[in-house]
Design a protein around this ligand. Structure first.
Ligand SMILES: CC(=O)N[C@H]1[C@@H](OP(=O)(O)OP(=O)(O)OC[C@H]2O[C@@H](n3ccc(=O)[nH]c3=O)[C@H](O)[C@@H]2O)O[C@H](CO)[C@@H](O)[C@@H]1O
Ligand SMILES: C=C(OP(=O)(O)O)C(=O)O
Length: 417
């Protein structure tokens, strides 16, 4: 088990470049199996969720090579329809292979996916809506056996705008017979990115990024070349780290429009922000102001994936912040660890009340999920003294060169593997 050691109290300064988005690249890589041939994926970050997705692709028969941030994925031989449970359980996006493999092979055998433990994460909406397109799905010995002689386009209403269910539907509908219309679709930018990749493969997807998506099924697709969008949650992470430490940081190669809700709260906290098309400069005040209340919502609302980051950042703000988590049942896991560092946070169900304190003090804490782990690093950067963060492997799921980037911004941070 590795650890991250941080000596806090240094305001971050400088520039940091944002890598490709985890939640975009994973479904895009899954979509490559829909048609045999050589796909080239640029701006593909190198972290453990991508490494596992590559293992899944290989288990299906694909050949994958990396040259810097470009992946070449040859899916000519990716005719497998079985994904072993030990790979499925390592990440959430493994479930998107269901739509992809079904579209190519009319058959898929997978187990339920993993991902961060944030409370129950059922896949009932994925199963229900794929069944509406004509898939028959049975559960046997812990595996989901999915079969579809033929997938047929339908008008489908999602009871909740689930990101993953929208993605699975996009893939299955892209090669179905006829037209599919998804209403109450998820509007996250990663959905639009996946749709753009599918359209590069010759699919006909219109309206992605809005709540109504129309897909006209195509009999054949072609391999594609694509550049993955920047990671909006990673951008939010560096901005929060800069704000928490009273720093001045420019985040580059990002899309400010994707994090409008995050930028608006940072401005309420007293930060000066200057955005261009693909950069954000943040100058933080000496002490942040508590922004009042934050409520996580589906896009374009405040992202649940940024909630833990703000929770940590606001521990030392002037005033009381109320954070309501509406997407996941159990996403306040870093709270006990932050309290051990001196934070004053009380949680009642889905609401956390953070009473800003003057200072946090370093101690030994345990990361237990991806963003919660990043949040502990933010707390450590603003704390007095030394903080040891155990199990940083959770952070490795979705951040490339995290400690090196923070060190580049002036942080005193070391990673032991
Ligand atoms: C790999 C990836 O892209 N992960 C993101 C994706 O996760 P994911 O795709 O799992 O998120 P969903 O939008 O599907 O889930 C949101 C909520 O809907 C519920 N639900 C979902 C599906 C379903 O069939 N039944 C059901 O009840 C979930 O339990 C959760 O409470 O979107 C989340 C919400 O923005 C983000 O936090 C994750 O980072
Ligand atoms: C919850 C997250 O990821 P996943 O859905 O892959 O667990 C996340 O990226 O914060």
């Amino acid at each position: 088990m590795g650890k991250i050691i941080v000596n806090g109290g240094i305001p971050l300064a400088g520039d940091v470049r944002i890598h490709g988005a985890k939640n975009a690249v994973l479904p895009i890589l899954a979509a490559t199996v829909m048609v045999g041939g050589v796909h080239i994926i640029h701006n593909c970050p190198d972290f453990s969720d991508v490494v596992i997705t590559i293992e899944i692709l290989k288990s299906l028969g694909a050949k994958v090579t990396r040259d810097g941030n470009t992946l070449t994925v040859d899916t000519s031989g990716a005719l497998g329809n079985f994904i072993p449970e030990h790979l499925m359980r390592k990440l959430r996006s493994s479930v998107i292979f269901m739509g992809a493999v079904l579209a190519r092979n009319n058959e898929a055998k997978i187990s339920t996916p993993g991902g961060c433990e944030l409370g129950p994460r059922p896949i009932d909406l994925h199963l229900k809506t794929l069944a509406q397109l004509g898939a028959e799905i049975k559960e046997e010995h812990g595996y989901l056996i999915c079969k579809a002689e033929k997938l047929t386009g339908k008008i489908i209403h999602l009871d909740f705008p689930s990101v993953g269910a929208t993605e699975n539907l996009l893939l299955a509908a892209a090669m179905a017979d006829g037209e599919t219309v998804i209403s109450n679709a998820a509007r996250e930018p990663e959905i639009d990115d996946l749709a753009c990749f599918l359209n590069n493969m010759g699919a006909d997807v219109q309206g992605a990024g809005t709540s109504t998506i129309k897909i006209v099924g195509k009999k054949e697709l072609v391999p594609a070349q694509y550049t993955v969008m920047p990671d909006r949650i990673v951008a939010a992470t560096y901005l929060c780290a800069a704000a928490a430490t009273g720093g001045e940081v420019t985040v580059t190669h990002m899309c400010p429009e994707h994090i409008s809700a995050v930028l608006s709260v940072l401005a309420d906290c007293g930060c000066y922000l200057f955005s261009t098309e693909d950069t954000v400069l943040l100058k933080a005040p000496k002490r942040l102001l508590a922004p009042g209340s934050i409520k996580t919502m589906p896009y374009p609302g405040f992202p649940t994936d940024a909630q833990s980051l703000f929770l940590a950042m606001l521990c030392c703000a002037d005033g009381t912040s109320i954070i309501t988590e509406t997407i996941f049942e159990s996403r306040f896991k870093p709270v006990p660890e932050l309290c051990r560092m001196g934070a004053k946070i009380s949680v009642d169900g889905r609401v956390a009340v953070v009473c800003g304190t003057e200072r946090l003090s370093g101690t030994e804490v345990n990361a237990s999920d991806l963003r919660g782990g990043a949040a502990l690093v933010i707390a450590a950067l603003m704390a007095d003294g030394t903080t040891v963060i155990n199990t940083p492997e959770f952070i490795d799921r979705g951040y490339e060169n995290f400690e090196a980037n923070l060190a580049q911004l002036g942080a005193d941070i070391i990673r032991y593997r």
